[in-house]
Design a protein around this ligand. Structure first.
Ligand code: UTP
Length: 289
């Protein structure tokens, strides 16, 4: 029997420099796509996969991310008095079961691996999902659920992967692939941000993972990798051969909302997926093309 997947770590302590000046005071993960902040999409995706416990790894100026899931008592009271039922329902979508959300601090953004290590007490001895909220997904089935389903079959680590153009391998963690049925690929190696000519494939890691708790001890070696950061990819690579390790090409579309063009594309795709907006958006888009 596999241990059930009930925990998710959401690292949100990055500086978000590509979105300055918007992110000078506001956390990147609070930027909305249509009308919902990125962090809420991430939490909803995890809850749709049966995740029950959440840990946000935050840094300076990121308290709004935790407050977003708190009770807004005065606002709710006023909306009730004014019988604004639709607005109230939207607020309810941010309600979390008591005690299900915690946060830990990464005082200095030393890298994604280090951020995950900061959640070590939360992880304990359990498998856990990692969700990078700036990778936003539009899919019928939650990507965390798709990964969890493969984990239930194979056990071990399962990460979401996507093909990228070879000239972009130096932006991603890249897989060395073993057995591959076109959907699930066995991972034989992982390398962070390789040069195009040195990349072992063009299959890249994207921001959804199901990881085994042993990865924490590997991060704790605190070896600096690409960009001088403590990389999650390097720690994961050391688990290969010791535990099952697979990459899953998930069904659906991912938008890199840490990047301006990706963020704008997400706005359009999500607006077009919404019955209340699609007609108007399609109408005005035509006038720009
Ligand atoms: P990014 O590479 O997008 O970095 O991090 P960033 O700082 O958020 O943004 P830019 O590149 O400066 O614009 C990927 C994810 O890892 C988290 C980020 O918050 C984001 O969710 N992260 C990264 C941390 O929590 N801590 C770190 O030390 C690094």
């Amino acid at each position: 029997m596999r241990k059930p997947l009930k925990k998710a770590v959401l690292p949100v302590a990055g500086l978000g420099t590509r979105f300055l000046p918007a992110t000078k005071v506001l956390a990147k993960e609070m930027l909305p796509v249509v009308d919902k902040p990125l962090i809420q999409y991430a939490i909803e995706e995890a809850r749709a996969a049966g995740i029950e416990q959440f840990c946000l790894v935050t840094g300076r100026g990121k308290t709004a991310l935790v407050e977003h899931f708190d009770l807004a008592y005065e606002l709710e009271h006023t909306l009730k008095e004014r019988a604004k039922t639709e607005a109230l329902a939207l607020l309810e979508s941010t309600a979390m079961p008591p005690g299900s959300l915690m946060s830990v601090r990464q005082q200095v953004p030393l890298g994604l691996g280090h951020a995950i290590w900061c959640a070590r007490a939360f992880v304990g001895a359990d498998p856990f999902a990692v969700i990078l909220p700036d990778d936003l997904v539009l899919a019928e089935v939650s990507w965390v659920k798709q990964l969890a389903d493969v984990y239930a079959e194979t056990g071990g680590n399962v990460i979401a992967v996507e093909e990228v153009p070879r000239e972009h391998t130096n932006r991603y963690g890249i897989l060395k692939v073993g057995k591959d049925d076109g959907r699930v690929a066995e991972v034989l190696g992982l390398v962070e941000k390789p040069k195009p000519e040195e990349a072992p494939s063009t299959l890249s890691i994207v921001g959804r993972y199901v990881l085994m708790p042993e990865v924490i001890a590997e991060i704790a070696r605190f070896e600096k990798g690409a960009g001088g950061e403590i990389q999650l990819t390097d720690a994961m690579a050391r688990l290969i051969g010791r535990q099952p390790f697979h990459g899953l090409r998930c069904q659906g579309r991912r938008f890199d909302c840490g990047d301006k063009a990706g963020f704008l594309e997400a706005q359009i795709a999500f607006a077009l997926s919404r019955p209340d907006l699609a007609g108007r958006v399609r109408g005005f888009l035509k006038s720009y093309l």
